[in-house]
Design a protein around this ligand. Structure first.
Ligand code: FES
Ligand code: FES
Length: 170
């Protein structure tokens, strides 16, 4: 006889309540649904990109309770009660670009853009922890974010520009 949760071979749904980009969301999710799919499919926040789906490429990186997280490696249910920031939460409500976005724009820190949301979220997290992060620290921080296009130089330049701007420099 099947367990109550296995009727029809469908797992019981989990209730998840989390704050994303300052908005509170509640939903019922399948236990196997990872946070990246939940953000994209349920919340329609498609700025988070899904690449490898096994923790290698970093494209899916979002910030969960202040730490960069590969959203393909976290179940949506595990984010219950968390505060999440995605790429959609970077710019100001009036559309003014975040200094990281502005620096990517100024420095041509992207080409195809597939890695860009994850790259920016990783940089945001490292600069929150280390506002004075130097080139070595930036390179170390983004070493888990793969980019097939840029050769990384312009991304590092953008991150250093952003760090300066966020410290109040020019
Ligand atoms: Fe998550 Fe590649 S899609 S690390
Ligand atoms: Fe294309 Fe990074 S800009 S993968």
């Amino acid at each position: 006889m099947p367990a109550e949760n296995d009727i029809g071979n469908r797992p019981a749904l989990e209730h998840v309540r989390l704050t994303v980009n300052g908005r509170l969301f509640e939903a019922e999710v399948e236990p196997r649904c990872h946070l990246g799919d939940f953000l994209r499919h349920d919340l329609k926040l498609t700025g988070t990109h899904i690449g490898c789906e096994h923790g290698v490429c970093g494209a899916c990186t979002v910030i969960v309770d202040g730490a960069p997280v590969r959203s393909c490696l976290m179940f949506a249910g595990q984010a219950n009660g968390a505060t999440v920031t995605t790429i959609e939460g970077l710019a100001a409500p009036d559309g003014t670009l975040h200094p990281i976005q502005q620096a990517f724009w100024d420095r041509h820190g992207l080409q195809c853009g597939f890695c860009t949301p994850g790259m920016m979220m990783t940089i945001k997290a490292v600069l929150a922890d280390s506002p004075d992060a130097d080139e070595a620290a930036i390179r170390d921080a983004i070493s888990g974010n793969l980019c097939r296009c840029t050769g990384y130089e312009t991304i590092v330049d953008a991150a250093l520009d952003a760090a300066r701007a966020m410290r109040g420099g020019v």
